[in-house]
Design a protein around this ligand. Structure first.
Ligand code: FES
Length: 126
C-alpha cells in the first residue's frame, strides 16, 4: 500500500457518506477550514435532552475529509453533548482503521467542527 492509499472503511465512507447534507432545523452549527489545504467542513446539530439527536455535514474537501466527516457524525449521533465533545481526531481516524499518515491532519476538521458546533450550541443557550 502506498502512502496515500485508503483502506476499505475510508473508501466506503467516502463513497457512501453517512449524514451528508443540510439539517434544516439545526440548533447550532460550525464551519471550520483547514488552512493548509483550503478544505472546509460545516457541521449542523439538532439537540434534544442534551443529546445529539441529529447531525449532518457538508464538506468541500479531500476523500479523507469526507470520510472523517462521515465517521465523526456517526460517532457523535445519539451521544450526550459531554461525550460527543470528547471525540478526538484520533478517535475518528481509529474508527476508520487509520488514515494514511499524510492524511492524518484531515481528521482534525471533523473533530474541530463537531466541538465548535457544541460550543456554539452552549453559547446560544445562554
Ligand atoms: Fe484538506 Fe484533507 S487535504 S482536509
Amino acid at each position: 500500500m502506498g502512502n496515500t492509499d485508503y483502506n476499505e472503511a475510508v473508501m466506503d465512507h467516502f463513497r457512501n457518506p453517512r449524514n451528508m447534507g443540510e439539517l434544516k432545523d439545526a440548533d447550532a452549527e460550525a464551519t471550520v477550514g483547514n488552512p493548509s489545504c483550503g478544505d472546509v467542513m460545516r457541521i449542523m446539530i439538532k439537540v434534544s435532552d442534551d443529546k445529539i439527536a441529529d447531525i449532518k455535514f457538508q464538506t468541500m474537501g479531500c476523500a479523507a475529509a469526507i470520510a472523517t466527516s462521515s465517521m465523526a457524525t456517526e460517532l457523535a449521533k445519539g451521544k450526550s453533548l459531554d461525550e460527543a465533545e470528547k471525540i478526538s481526531n484520533k478517535d475518528v481516524s481509529l474508527a476508520l482503521g487509520e488514515l494514511p499518515p499524510i492524511k492524518e491532519h484531515c481528521s482534525n476538521l471533523a473533530a474541530d467542527a463537531l466541538r465548535l458546533a457544541i460550543a456554539n450550541f452552549r453559547k446560544n443557550k445562554k
